[in-house]
Design a protein around this ligand. Structure first.
Ligand SMILES: CC(C)(COP(=O)(O)OP(=O)(O)OC[C@H]1O[C@@H](n2cnc3c(N)ncnc32)[C@H](O)[C@@H]1OP(=O)(O)O)[C@@H](O)C(=O)NCCC(=O)NCCS
Length: 165
């Protein structure tokens, strides 16, 4: 199974991050990394991360390329996966699914997170199927009503039961 390594964006890997591109027909589905990094610069609740193959783990200067980008937000008890994109050259190799699994793992470790959620544009069938297969179900949250082009989903049944003494 493909595994990924997520790493902060630094001055060493910034250019690779800015060069990431989705396929032409996907450009209206996700913000550019420039936009995402600008948002993260002004919002401390956002966590932008570069996606590498797991082979990059342990290497300050990885010999494998950056394959994608993800960004999540932790606000009001919700860990919200705001961005997921895999560069067009590296799509359909398992990196998108592996990135979601790794972000979910991280969010589950965060004590502030009670709900794990994400969203996608209505026409994005690839994202819809991927998120559904990971256990995301439609999320009935009020602000979804004002975003008619977006589908909001949350991960069901992930919080472990509290320990009983
Ligand atoms: C969505 C996205 C991140 C998936 O990345 P990926 O690395 O290609 O995904 P994976 O290789 O892990 O594949 C995940 C599943 O999607 C399917 N899939 C991926 N691209 C597909 C395509 N173009 N058409 C049909 N199915 C596709 C795969 O077959 C796989 O299905 P399976 O698990 O049932 O076999 C990538 O297509 C992307 O960056 N899209 C543009 C941005 C976007 O839509 N982001 C998500 C919403 S914000």
């Amino acid at each position: 199974m493909v595994k990924v390594h997520l790493r902060k964006i630094t001055k060493e890997n910034l250019l690779s991050c800015l060069s990431l591109q989705v396929c032409e027909e996907q450009k209206n589905l996700v913000a550019t990394t420039v936009q995402s990094l600008a948002q993260a610069y002004v919002d401390p609740n956002l966590f932008p991360l570069a996606v590498y193959d797991a082979a990059a783990c342990g290497y300050e200067q990885p010999s494998v390329p950056m394959v994608g980008f993800t960004m999540y937000e932790v606000v009001a008890g919700v860990g919200f996966i705001m961005r997921l994109m895999i560069d067009c050259k590296y799509q359909r190799l398992g990196y998108g699914r592996a990135t979601m699994l790794e972000v979910i793992r991280r969010l589950k470790l965060c004590p502030d997170v009670e709900v794990i959620a994400t969203s996608y544009r209505k026409e994005n069938q690839v994202a819809a199927k991927l998120y559904q297969s990971l256990g995301f179900k439609e999320w009935d949250i009020k602000y979804a009503i004002s975003h008619l082009t977006e589908v909001y989903v949350k991960l069901e049944e992930w919080k472990s039961e509290p320990l009983h003494s």
